[in-house]
Every structure is written in C-alpha cells, then in structure tokens.
Design a binder for this molecule. Structure first.
Ligand SMILES: Nc1ncnc2c1ncn2[C@@H]1O[C@H](COP(=O)(O)OP(=O)(O)O)[C@@H](O)[C@H]1O
Ligand SMILES: [Mg+2]
Length: 233
C-alpha cells in the first residue's frame, strides 16, 4: 500500500514552479498503476521521491506503513525497489550474479543463501544463462532483466519501474511484460508505452506539468484521444 499526500517537489529554490505540485493518491497492495505523461511531466521525479532519493519540499509518503524519511531509508530499501530507466545506472558489479547478490550481502545474507536466492530469481526471470556473464557486455534487454533481478531478489513489496520498455526489442519487451504480469508486487510503472500500460495496469494516473490531470481506469483513459492530446501524448 502506497499513500502519497500533498507531495510537492522543487529541485532548486530558483524554480518558478514546483516540479511536482500537491500530488495525492494511493495505491492498494497488489495494484499495478501506470504513470503517464509527456517528457518533463514529473514521472521520474515522483518515483525517485517515493524511494527517498529526492527530498520533497512538502507532503507525506508512506509505503507499507513506513514513512519515506531519511532515518527510515534502510527499511524502505527492503520494501520498495526501483528499476531505473537506464539499467547501466543500476549494474555496477563485474558479473550478473555478483550484481544481484550485492544487495543481499549488504543486508547480511551469507554467501550460500545469497547464491541460492540469486540463482532462484535468475531462473524465475528466465535469465539463468546470464549468471556468469559480464554485466557491461549484456544487450539492452538483458541488462534490463538483470537490473530487475537485482531489485526483485530483495523481495520488495513495491516495484517502481521507470520506462521499463525503453531500449528493448519487441521480443524482449514481450518477455518483460509476461514476467511483470506474473509478479505479485504492487507496481508503479512510468511509461510512454501505452500498450504496455494497457497490458499490465488496470489503472492510470496522468501527470501534466507536475500535477495529476486524470486518475482512472486505463482502458478508458488510454483510449481517450482528447485526454492524450491534452497531456501532450
Ligand atoms: N536533477 C534535476 N535538477 C533540476 N531539474 C530537474 C532534475 N531532474 C528533472 N528535472 C526537471 O523536472 C521536471 C520533471 O522531470 P522528470 O521527472 O524527469 O519528468 P519525466 O520523467 O516525466 O520526463 C523537468 O522539467 C526536468 O527538467
Ligand atoms: Mg522520466
């Protein structure tokens, strides 16, 4: 369960306008929400605020009972995981398995259980064969799946995905959609890929210049040409 109340974010004091203005919404456990909006609407900023990377000017965010506050970040890391738009921002260990096990080691798992959990998540995502590969030599689609594995291995209950289908060829994209559809996590998916949003998300939140412009059933909103036009899509 995610609860956002009156969230306002400003990057610099000089900003004439806040990047997110008075955003309030909640996402019940297990729901998948598509976050839609033109470039610069504030989608990535909202996701980064939710994981505590960007500190809001005003407002409250609570994820599964944990308030998004600096002193609670360690707890938050375990309950909320984010897959960044560019998987290269996420993969930094030499091999895929080291990368995925990194978070586990950090949270005190011993070698053996970290290895077992890493193997299990790789199989679950259908990328067991990438285990010993060098992260930086993977294809775009493989990097995306490895980054997703590194997040899922921590068993977060909330998954935040920023443009998950960018850089993917049609087959990797379909594979990603199938995998995401099979996961139990609550998800917030920022995307320009309206078909992916329709395939995965019953609900859509439209952002326009930092404000919520519409919030409702994806099947209706994403098929409303006037609304899409108004939001610059
Ligand atoms: N680190 C930053 N510093 C200052 N402004 C930023 C920063 N990141 C994003 N912005 C601005 O915030 C607004 C929203 O950006 P962003 O959240 O990335 O939008 P979206 O993901 O919807 O394309 C844009 O106007 C962008 O220029
Ligand atoms: Mg973005």
């Amino acid at each position: 369960m995610v609860q956002v109340t009156n969230l306002t974010v400003q990057y610099t004091k000089a900003d004439e306008q806040a990047v997110l203005q008075d955003i309030s919404f909640s996402v019940p456990a297990g729901e998948r929400l598509a976050l839609i909006g033109a470039n610069g609407a504030g989608k990535s900023t909202l996701l980064l605020a939710l994981i505590g990377v960007i500190k809001p000017l005003r407002g409250e965010m609570v994820i599964n009972g944990v308030p998004v506050k600096e002193e609670r970040l360690r707890e938050l890391r375990q309950t909320a995981g984010m897959v960044f738009q560019n998987p290269e921002d996420q993969l930094f260990m030499p091999t895929v398995q080291d990368d995925i096990a990194f978070g586990l080691r950090n949270y005190g798992f011993d070698e053996q259980s970290a290895g077992a959990r890493t193997g299990a998540i790789l199989e679950r995502l259908g990328i067991g064969h990438l285990k010993a590969r060098m992260s930086h030599k993977l294809s775009g689609g493989e990097k995306r799946m490895a980054a997703l594995a590194g997040v899922l291995v921590m068993e977060p209950s909330l998954l935040l995905l920023d443009e998950p289908s960018s850089f993917l060829d049609p087959r990797s994209r379909r594979n990603l959609i199938t995998v995401l559809a099979s996961l139990p996590q609550t998800m917030i998916i920022a995307t320009h890929d309206l078909d992916l949003a329709l395939a995965l998300c019953p609900r859509t939140l439209f952002l326009k210049t930092g404000r919520i412009f519409a919030d409702g059933p994806a099947g209706e909103l994403l098929r409303d040409p006037a609304l899409l036009e108004q939001c610059g899509l």
